[in-house]
Design a protein around this ligand. Structure first.
Ligand SMILES: [Zn+2]
Ligand SMILES: [Zn+2]
Length: 182
């Protein structure tokens, strides 16, 4: 799924579940954006960034790498979760993480619709990292992408064909780093 614009979704949820309190008119109290490609430890987060003690900016960031290929419900669920954090912080002035107030709001939102479920933890698979190595067989020149190097691993095909399935030093794979694109 291509990345969808988050602000319209934010305003809709704000009206439906937060009594419009997360915006003043059409201006949201918190900025909402997609992350760059590096946010993989969480599907999303809410935070307040302070500038010189007085001014603070609130933002919700959703993970592009984790959510981009998941159904819309994953985006909705994550955004709603972070909006609850924004609401407890900015509207109620409470710091509690996933406490009583958070859980009550979560249950309330989940009871109102069946399109998505807000959960305490974002449970999405982390996409596997790009393979870092090319394993190359010195005999048949076959190349296989892999994430780590195995010491003395040999090409199975060549061991089978030339050495009756026995490991042989002639077939030990040689590793070359894959040029990284990110
Ligand atoms: Zn949370
Ligand atoms: Zn080979």
């Amino acid at each position: 799924m291509p990345l969808i614009p988050l602000l319209p979704l934010f305003h809709r949820f704000n009206r439906e579940y937060f009594d419009g309190l997360l915006a003043t008119g059409s201006k949201s109290l918190v900025s909402v954006r997609w992350s760059d490609g590096r946010l993989t430890n969480t599907a999303g987060f809410y935070r307040r960034v302070f500038h010189n003690y007085l001014v603070s900016e609130a933002e919700i960031v959703l993970s592009t790498p984790l959510l981009a290929n998941l159904p819309l419900s994953a985006v909705e669920s994550t955004l709603c979760h972070e909006m609850i954090h924004a609401w407890t912080d900015l509207v109620l002035g409470i710091k509690e993480g996933h406490g009583k107030v958070f859980k009550e709001k979560m249950a309330f939102i989940n009871s109102l619709q069946n399109n998505f479920q807000v959960t305490i933890r974002h449970q999405y698979p982390i996409p596997s990292k790009t393979p870092k190595w090319l394993a190359i067989c010195p005999l048949c020149r076959s190349r296989v992408l892999c994430r780590r190097r195995f010491k003395s691993a040999a090409c199975k095909k060549c061991c089978d064909k030339k050495y009756n399935g026995n490991w042989h030093a002639n077939c030990i794979l040689v590793y070359e780093p894959v040029p990284q694109t990110v």
